[in-house]
Write a protein that binds this ligand. Structure first.
Ligand code: ADP
Ligand code: MG
Length: 289
């Protein structure tokens, strides 16, 4: 979509021709075919592979994401989570395989995708409101029309009184909330989040999770949330995919049936802790193997 989504680490970006994107029979190894419906999935990842020169990062990954689903991808550091997300965002070209967003093959950044990075990349000289409106400028959408929406998002994220401040006047948690508002401002149907809370302290992180779920439920987005935190994945998600160590594949899938809206005290329940144990075992098994 925009330069805002590009980071220094995004090597092997798309150029005019999406080389390396090849078709295949979709769903061959889809693990969640049991809940597939006639509806087109929000995202379909089919036989995706990624190598950086001689480093095989992702061996083979296939999965679908339903419309409105909150999906987490959980895996150890270095297993290829960011690589996977950047490919879905259309910022990195897969070595093989295909990604579809709403049935359209991803061959570059797409407007219906919003992305939140691990550290909030806000422009330091722009106010919070102007940072949130930045995608609107890049997409050449009418600013006057989107400003009320930007303010509404800031209100939902409880930082509306900071709209006129500069990023450095905000705490880390507030900056990350502003980055989430920015990812949502052009009303993308798909929100990609790459360990967005990992730089925050544990208490702020828990609160941000609850905030995110509130914003997600109010906005009806599909979310793919990348994390290496087992508890975070279990608390937030409808479903968790577990990636093994590099060269990675999906080694487990777990549906989280906890009721919504989720509350932090649910993390003390036995049901929640059963999910956590299941996920921990899956990760440990991948380390042993
Ligand atoms: P994660 O986000 O799960 O920590 P990454 O997707 O960042 O993992 O990286 C997966 C693997 O690919 C790592 O071994 C990493 O060193 C390698 N890698 C990531 N980006 C590049 C790059 N631009 N060039 C070469 N290797 C890379
Ligand atoms: Mg990463």
């Amino acid at each position: 979509m925009t330069d805002i989504l590009r980071t220094g680490s995004a090597s092997q970006e798309y150029d005019a021709t999406p080389a390396g994107v090849v078709g295949n029979e979709a769903g061959g190894t889809c693990r969640n075919s049991n809940h597939s419906t006639a509806e087109t999935p929000a995202v379909r990842v089919a036989s995706l592979k990624k190598a950086y020169d001689d480093i095989e990062a992702i061996r083979e990954v296939s999965f679908d994401v339903s419309n409105g689903e909150f999906l987490s991808v959980l895996g150890p550091s270095g297993c290829g989570k960011s690589t996977l997300l950047m490919m879905i965002a259309g910022l990195i070209v897969p070595t093989r395989g295909e990604i579809r967003v709403k049935d359209a093959v991803v061959d570059g950044p797409r407007r219906e995708v919003g992305m939140v990075f691990q550290t909030p990349v806000l422009l330091p000289w722009r106010t919070v409101l102007k940072n949130v409106l930045f995608p609107i400028e890049l997409l050449k959408l009418p600013r006057a029309q989107y400003q009320p929406r930007a303010m509404e998002l800031l209100r939902m994220a409880k930082i509306e009184e900071f709209a006129g401040r500069l990023p450095r006047q905000l705490s880390g948690g507030m900056r990350q909330r502003a980055a989430i508002c920015r990812a949502l401002v052009h009303d993308p149907s798909l929100l990609l989040m790459d360990e967005p809370f990992s730089a925050l302290d544990a208490i702020t992180r828990d609160e941000m999770g609850v905030e995110l779920l509130r914003i997600w439920q109010a906005n009806r987005k599909t979310v793919i949330f990348v994390t290496h935190s087992i508890r975070e994945a279990a608390f937030l998600s409808d479903r968790v995919l577990v990636m093994g160590r590099r060269p990675s594949s999906i080694i487990d899938e777990l549906r989280i049936e906890l009721p919504r809206p989720r509350q932090l005290d649910m993390t003390e329940d036995e049901t929640f802790n059963r999910y956590v144990r299941h996920l921990r075992k899956a990760i440990e098994a991948s380390h042993a193997g």
